[in-house]
Design a protein around this ligand. Structure first.
Ligand code: HEC
Ligand code: HEC
Length: 406
């Protein structure tokens, strides 16, 4: 739940791109407007935050609305919540400034890393530590949260990201991601991204460690891990270590959510448009150039292309996500847990799409500003960080201005 003020985006000039006439009328009152930027919404038509993608059929628009309602559905113990959980609805966390956006919840993940081998502690409740329990479980075991596993060698704090535009990321073909991998840094630029390849050979792209391959799988995973809601792909409750739950603490019959509910939630995220483009000022345009010059685009690749999709709105289009969806070694300061092939110091390039909604930055929110986040870039990103720090104050301000509008 968020009670934050959003002062950082309540500027005097509207940030949403308006129709050309209105844009001209505003230009006088606002800072100099040169040309509308194809922002994180790419070439798609203008929309507001939280809107569906353009070009949807009326059936898809209906599914989007139903999915939005599902994403906001609050679960109770009677409808399956818990017995271990972090929150009662998807939208309790992903909520700001609209349903599907960022949230101020920070959760704890834990895994064990032994000599290059990562154990996600799947046998004993998995990497997500649930910080709440239902009254029924509390009454029997007297606990208030999932006990932290003694086997864990690392803990990671995770802030709640926005999922606006993530259907487009899901639609990017693996070949586009693999094409940018350079694990041995053959081009000598100091950046050696690699995909988080899952045991079945697919490429992970969701989560800070790119540990999950598809929105489809993230959806059922989020229901069980965040709310203790079982579904056909995840039919078993979270347990406390490897012991079965005491009987009677979770009366709702499994699966607590049917396939239709899962599909609706997934469809909502799939069809959510990216954050709308913001107005372009001269400083932002200069900042965009500097973003490339100092090498931020070595990882925060401005545009990815989707493949063909049965959903027209997702098919063969672009997404201005500012990520390569690859893992990069960010140095020992940021290192926390392993997940799959991702080592403790490796993180997926965080998409900057939606960064305009954040008030704290990096995976655990330790950076209070975008500038602080850049200063904490190390490892493969040390070169870009140093080139950023070598810019003049005006140039730095322009770059920050550009990033803060994404
Ligand atoms: C308790 C807060 C919380 C709740 C409830 C929650 N999420 Fe999340 N969500 C998070 C956090 C934290 C992450 C980041 C996980 C990570 O980095 O590995 C995340 C990540 C995601 C991502 C991946 C984003 C990315 O950057 O790749 C998706 C998709 C997602 N959540 C969907 C859902 C859905 C669907 C639901 C409801 C079933 C849900 N979430 C419920 C906190 C929450
Ligand atoms: C070597 C790859 C790489 C380069 C180069 C790089 N970044 Fe990043 N960036 C990342 C990764 C990985 C993360 C996620 C780190 C984390 O969450 O701890 C990240 C996170 C960020 C964040 C925080 C996003 C959020 O939502 O919390 C910002 C802002 C950012 N980068 C801006 C920049 C800028 C500006 C530059 C150029 C000066 C740059 N980055 C260069 C890989 C890179």
């Amino acid at each position: 739940m968020s009670h934050r003020s959003r002062s950082s985006i309540s500027a005097t000039c509207p940030r949403t791109l308006l129709l050309p006439g209105a844009l001209l009328a505003m230009a006088a009152a606002c800072e100099p407007v040169t040309s509308p930027r194809t922002g994180s919404g790419g070439t798609q038509a203008v929309h507001g935050p939280g809107d569906p993608l353009p070009l949807l059929t009326s059936l898809q628009q209906r599914s989007f609305k139903q999915g939005n309602a599902m994403f906001q559905t609050t679960f109770t113990p009677a409808t399956g919540l818990g017995p271990l959980f972090n929150a009662r609805s998807c939208a309790e966390c992903h909520e700001d400034p609209v349903v599907g956006g960022v949230g101020d919840e920070v959760e704890t993940h834990a895994t064990a890393y032994h000599g290059g081998v990562c154990d996600d502690l799947g046998r004993i409740g998995g990497p997500v530590i649930q910080d709440s329990v239902t009254p029924a479980l509390h009454a029997v075991l007297g606990i208030d949260q999932e006990p932290v596993p003694l086997e864990a060698t690392g803990f990671g704090r995770r802030t709640t990201p926005s999922v606006l535009g993530f259907g487009l990321l899901d639609a990017v073909p693996e070949s586009e991601i693999v094409a940018r991998a350079d694990p041995d840094d053959r081009n000598g630029d100091g950046i050696s991204g690699r995909p988080n390849r899952l045991p079945d050979g697919r490429i992970g792209r969701f989560g800070r460690k790119a540990q999950i391959a598809t929105l489809h799988e993230f959806t059922s995973g989020a229901f069980i891990n965040e709310m203790g809601i079982t579904s056909p792909p995840e039919p078993r409750e979270q347990t406390i270590r490897d012991t079965p739950l005491p009987s009677g603490v979770d009366p709702a019959p499994d699966p607590e959510l049917g396939q239709a509910g899962l599909d609706a939630t997934e469809t909502f995220m799939r069809l959510l448009a990216p954050p709308p483009p913001t107005l372009s000022s001269f400083a932002e345009l200069q900042g965009r150039k500097l973003f490339a010059t100092v090498g931020c685009t070595g990882c925060h690749v401005p545009v990815l292309h989707t493949g063909s999709s049965p959903v027209r709105a997702l098919s063969n289009t672009t997404v201005f996500a500012y990520t390569d969806l690859l893992l990069h070694d960010m140095g020992p300061e940021l290192a926390d847990i392993c997940l799959g092939q991702a080592e403790p110091a490796e993180f997926r390039t965080e998409p900057l799409m939606g960064v305009q909604y954040k008030e704290v930055f990096l995976h655990d929110g330790r950076a209070p500003s975008i500038e602080a986040a850049i200063q904490l870039h190390s490892g493969e990103a040390a070169g870009a960080r140093d080139r950023f720090l070598a810019l003049s104050p005006l140039e730095r301000a322009a770059l920050l201005r550009f990033v803060s509008g994404l």
